[in-house]
Design a protein around this ligand. Structure first.
Ligand SMILES: Cc1ncc(COP(=O)(O)O)c(C=O)c1O
Length: 366
């Protein structure tokens, strides 16, 4: 099957940019735990403003490790944003705990403070707030509620590298923040992820656990003080990550300009962009609109795809996925509504916005 002419996103990295460093890696023979990983890790900490950063294989493994760190297990509840990719709740399920779905705002698509308050119980052990499509609007309010209840806050910032709230970048705000470097993200390492935290004790635990449980040496070997894991990023991936991190600000500026062009052109057709607070710099990881009235979302996506424009849904109402629906019967109205009316439109460097808008007009017969 041919790829559509207009893709949802194109990577912000070319082979030319990495060629020299890739050659260095091959010549050194160091493919893991080498200088590029160490550099990327410390640059990520500096960029996000977090005291500590750890690289992982994905946001999913990052989230899973964070829950392990917090000791989440059977009998525990974790409140999660209901409008997200299933990984957000899968990690909770996998550890035998129960995800409690908190409904989201129809405007920002993020967890509502009053819904979080309503869902906290004696069994709640943590909260996972999702920056929907990279938008951290409302994060500080959620953080204040977590602090009031003594609950650790994990920010699922899978989509939010480069976003900030009140001048603070995602990664330095919540107790633990998890990023994704999947190819749909602005910064991709193929697959990959990261954890950031400001807590020294948690950082020491992560350092040891992510090194198979080793801390220091014992004779000529390592001292395995605990059991641990391997969710490490490779040197080649770190090369890619560093290149994109260095130009992330320009990428975010450009994506905001594209978002502005789309919003101006589509307002007349009743397309409403995701709301972003004035205190937020949004990385526009995905360009998502609510469509309503005369526009049938599924017909729109099908029509665009048939015209060579890659469009897709926003994301999922987790509580309404087949698995969770059958298991908990606990759907949330706003997330369920957004599940049916949100559309993601293509956004990348050099995109022809006019062509996408014309295709939308054709599909809608206007
Ligand atoms: C909100 C959210 N959380 C978690 C994930 C999982 O990320 P990864 O593919 O890096 O495991 C995604 C992936 O798109 C996501 O959007």
């Amino acid at each position: 099957m041919n790829a559509p002419a207009i893709r949802l996103i194109r990577p912000y990295i070319s082979f030319d940019e990495v060629e020299t460093d890739f050659r260095n890696v091959f010549e050194s023979g160091i493919f893991t735990r080498g200088p590029y990983v160490e550099e990327f890790r410390s640059e990520l900490a500096v960029y996000t403003g977090a005291r500590h950063a750890f690289l992982t294989t994905s946001a999913t493994t990052a989230l899973w490790v964070c829950l392990k760190l917090l000791g989440i297990g059977p009998g525990d509840e974790v409140v999660v944003s209901d409008f997200s990719f299933p990984a957000t709740a899968n990690v909770v399920e996998d550890l035998g705990a129960r995800p409690i779905f908190a409904d989201v705002s129809l405007e920002t698509f993020n967890m509502l403070p009053e819904e979080l308050e309503r869902r906290i119980s004696a069994r709640t052990k943590a909260v996972i707030f999702v920056d929907a499509f990279g938008n951290p609007t409302g994060l500080s309010r959620i953080k204040a509620i977590c602090e009031h209840h003594g609950l650790p806050l994990i920010e699922d910032a899978a989509c939010a590298i480069g976003s900030s709230e009140n001048g603070f970048r995602c990664g330095g705000i919540a107790d633990l923040t998890c990023f994704s470097f999947h190819p749909r993200k602005l910064l991709t390492t193929g697959e990959g992820g990261a954890i950031t935290t400001n807590r020294d004790d948690w950082a020491a635990w992560l350092e040891m656990k992510l090194a198979h449980g080793a801390r220091g040496t014992k004779g000529p070997g390592l001292d395995f003080v605990d059991y641990g894991y391997n969710f490490r990023m490779s040197e080649l991936q770190a090369v890619m990550g560093r290149k994109q991190l260095a130009k992330l600000e320009a990428i975010v500026d450009e994506r905001n300009a594209i978002r502005g062009a789309y919003a101006a052109a589509l307002a007349a057709y009743g397309f409403e962009p995701q709301h972003v607070g004035a205190e937020v710099r949004h990385n526009v990881q995905s360009l998502v609109f609510r469509v309503g009235g005369r526009c049938d979302r599924d017909r729109l996506i099908a029509g665009l795809r048939s015209r060579g424009v890659e469009a897709t849904i926003g994301t999922y109402a987790l509580s309404a996925t087949t698995y969770h629906l059958h298991r908990y019967h606990d759907t949330q109205p706003n997330a369920a509504k957004l599940d049916g009316i949100a559309v993601t439109l293509p956004c990348y460097s050099g995109i022809d916005v006019g062509r996408v808008v014309s295709a939308i007009c054709e599909v809608m017969n206007v």
